[in-house]
Each structure stands twice: as C-alpha cells, then as structure tokens.
Design a protein around this ligand. Sequence first.
Ligand code: SF4
Length: 395
Amino acid sequence: MPSKEEFVVTPYEVRGRIDYARLQEQFGTQALSPELLDRLRRAAGGELHPLLTRGVYFSHRDLDRLLAGLEAGRPFFLYSGRGPSGPLHTSHLLPFDLCRWFQERFHAPMYLQITDDEKFWVRGGLSRADTYRWGMENLADLLAIGFDPARTRVFFDSRSIGVMYPLAEEVARKVNFSTVRAVFGFSASQNIGAIFYTALQSVPCFWPSWYAGREIPCLIPCGIDQDPHFRVTRDLAEGLGYPKPALVHSVMLPGLLGERVMSTSGDQKDNAIFLDDPPAEVERKVGNAFTGGRATVEEQRRLGAVPEVCSVWALWRGKFASSEAEFQEVTQGCRSGALLCGECKSRLVPRVQSFLAQHAERKAAARDRVEGLILEGSLRPDGSGPVVRGDVPLP
Ligand code: SF4
C-alpha cells in the first residue's frame, strides 16, 4: 500500500492514506470554513445537515459565490450522478443525502445523471445490458431517498441522449484531447468512449441554463475524487456562456476492511454495507469490520480507541448517528475508552438493519416513479434544441 505521501486520488483510482489538506492544495479547492458554514446555516433556515457539521464535506469551489447569488435572489439547481456498475452501498448515498437536504431547504430542482454509457466504456466485463439494468436499479434506490418528484429529473445517458446531445456537441468542441489526457491520465490505448464522456458529464451542469435561455447556477455535491471531471467543466463554462458549477466535496469514507476507501470491486464485497444486504450479512460484516480499537480491553479502557481510522465510526459519522448528541457520545466514548468496540458494533447493527428494511420499502414504492422522471426527447425539426417529454423543473 502506498505511504501517506503516495496517495492517489482520481475519478478512476483512489489509493493510499489520503492527506486531505495536501489534496485540497493539489486540487486548488477551498476549505469549508466555519464562517461559510454559518452563512449556509443561516440561508438554510438555521440548521445544517450532519454531513456538513461532522466534516464529511470539507472542501468546496465557489459555494460562497453560489450563496451570494442566492442572497441576491438567484436560486440554484442541484446535480449529482451515479455510474451504475453494481448495487449501491451506504457510502454511495453521501452526495444524494446532501442533495436531498439542499432540495428540501432551498426547494431546488435536482438533476440526477445515470452514466450507464460511461460504465460500459470504462468497466471491462460489463455488457450494455448490465449497465442499463444496474442504472435502473440504482435509480430506484436513489429516488427512494425521498427526492421531490415534482422537482427532480433524470438524465439516463443511453435514454436521454436525444435531449443531451446538442449541448454535448457544444461542450465536446471546446475540450481537446490533451486536456482530457492530462486531467485523467488516459493513455493512448484508452477507448474513445471514455474520452468523449467528459462532454456528457458536463451537460447536466449547463442544461437548465441552456434550456431556459438564462443563467441558472449549479451546485454539485460529490466525492473529492470526482473533482477533476468538473475542473474541465468549470474551465469551459464561461466560454460557452454558462455559470461555473459550484461544488462541495466529501472525504472518501474508509471501507469495512480497513484503510482502503469503500471500494467494492473484485473481492472487496465485504468492504461495504450494500443497500440490499440481508440482516445476517449486516451483522457479519459489522462484526468483522476493521476498527480503531486496541489489542486488549484493558488497553482500550486505559488509552481509548482511535475513531478516525475506524470503519465503524465512519458508518456512525456518515449515516447512522441519529443526532449530534449521539454522534458526540459515540465519538467521546470511543476516545475515552468508555465504549468498547463490541458494544459499539452491537449498537450499530440494528440501526443499519432497520435503515435497510425501511429503504427496501421506500425503494419498492419508488420504482413506479422511475419512468416518469427520465428526460427523453428529440431535436426540433430545425435542429435548434430538444423537445422534451414532460415538464422540466427550473428554479
Ligand atoms: S469504539 Fe466503536 S468507533 Fe471506537 S474504535 Fe471501536 S468500533 Fe470504532
């Protein structure tokens, strides 16, 4: 495993122990400062989402500008996406949980992108039918989070291409191969689908402005590993006449097996809690999870444990602590040695099981909403833009 100095973070690879302060410096992003969070809290009506107060989201680009626009009466829309290559796990929900909160607090339209084409291009071993099927399945999971159907639409790449393509053409004309190669580290043997994909990922950032014929700011909550995609998008935004999208970035939460991020490719299925894991699997996975505990009970009582390296703490932090008070109680109990790992895990397991059971019910209900939210359409006869099926929510 690479040392702390050798971490790698790209949209296609995350490895090593990430030094987030250094990463922020390398990427040129800004810290989510207490002052900025206070400003967001006031704009949101007095509260922040726990992902913001617990530091899971730690960095941003132009959130201050977005808030200034909001204060001046310019509302924004939200965009986030999913590359469908398999079932979702709890870490995948980080951007969508925050999007839902923004939607609720600011009545913001939400555009979800399902990049089934990208996964087909970059993941060997998956057929088009596979990525399509996972796309539909993942979409039902994401809608189950509770997005407002009246304010939510979906770009499902292989189905929405008719409404996306005219704008993708405009974007693609502005992105040259050397930029894409430098940002993503593509080699000469990279298939050309992945190279073109950057244009498609930019489309939802500009689409509402393009469709409405006026500037509508975009906010993208995403993992810091996805930042390079949007650096390209931001660089070409103003040249195309659209506002640069603002971003808020999350850390990469560690997987259950230890220091690795919550990657689940290959033999790493035990590295995460999947949304369709049965109760016994949850118990087994949490029971085996890597912790920041000490070698013996006596040592842990005396020295306390280390939550920052613990995959169980990451679950409390990212999703399952029901209040700030409970999160602080777990964290302080862990640090002080008052809470032992066995007890901590036993407390978490029913919480996760209950969430998954409720999620399954919400997902079953959400399946009926999937079809109606996918944007589809075709070009106008004069080629000027798409005729879109159904209403488009614009702020
Ligand atoms: S007490 Fe809980 S949070 Fe602390 S190291 Fe053990 S399992 Fe992790």
